[in-house]
Design a protein around this ligand. Structure first.
Ligand code: E4P
Length: 220
């Protein structure tokens, strides 16, 4: 399962790119709004793309088909490898159908049910983003929803890639991997939490202390 970072923060993306285990970035209007309000969005997106090199989903803000398509075409002019993030609304499906016929990759976002995921796949979505944390927030177990979607994908051999999104903690990453999601897009803080284990830290400390002891015995 690939890991993407879910952020528009350039420092977090720079660090992920440096560490080398993250293969893409997803952004959304709320994540962009958390950054400098005077930011030049095109400049920021291009900077992010240059850093990560791989997948970059950029979300449209229009809610009508033609507006979404116009925005998508502008983003594609910024950089041709862009994946256009489209909300899971009927107008969005129509835009996805149009864009998929032009071979422009799409990521259908705000998916909370298997029926929404099926519709997005059938409209030609390249990716379907299933929101785990927001389902759990309303007492709807995201694990069941994600498992159902992955099972349906296996039965029918659907082609859209499944992104587990709205990840809140490392257990969500494990659940997404077990369910069979292709990708998990994860906030920077949670990605870093998922790398930590107290036994790793203790083990490294002991290895280094033993090595130091060996060197001081050798020199005495
Ligand atoms: C990613 O594509 C989504 O926009 C993101 O994961 C939403 O996460 P949130 O529910 O924590 O805002």
């Amino acid at each position: 399962m690939e890991l993407y970072v879910d952020t528009a923060n350039i420092n977090e993306i720079r660090e992920c790119a440096r560490l080398g285990f993250v293969s893409g970035v997803t952004t959304n209007p709320s994540l962009l709004a958390k950054e400098d309000p005077n930011v030049d969005i095109k400049k920021l997106i291009l900077e992010i793309y240059e850093l990560i090199g791989g997948h970059l989903s950029v979300e449209v803000i229009s809610t009508d088909r033609d507006g979404m398509i116009k925005e998508a075409e502008e983003i594609i002019e910024w950089f041709p490898n862009a994946t256009i993030k489209i909300p899971m609304i009927p107008e969005g499906l129509s835009a996805v159908r149009y864009l998929s016929e032009k071979n422009i990759p799409t990521n259908v976002t705000l998916i909370f049910s298997p029926t929404q995921a099926i519709a997005a796949n059938n409209a030609g979505a390249t990716y379907v983003s299933v929101f785990m944390g927001r389902l759990d927030d309303i007492g709807n177990d995201s694990l069941y929803v994600l498992y159902d979607i992955c099972e349906i994908w296996d039965i029918h051999g659907f082609e859209s890639q499944i992104i587990a999104a709205s990840i809140r903690h490392p257990m969500h990453i494990i659940e997404a991997a077990k369910a069979g999601a292709d990708i998990a897009t994860v906030p920077y803080k949670v990605l870093m939490q998922s790398l930590k284990h107290p036994l790793t830290d203790l083990g490294l400390k002991a290895f280094l202390a033993d090595y130091e002891k060996m060197l001081s015995n050798r020199n005495s």
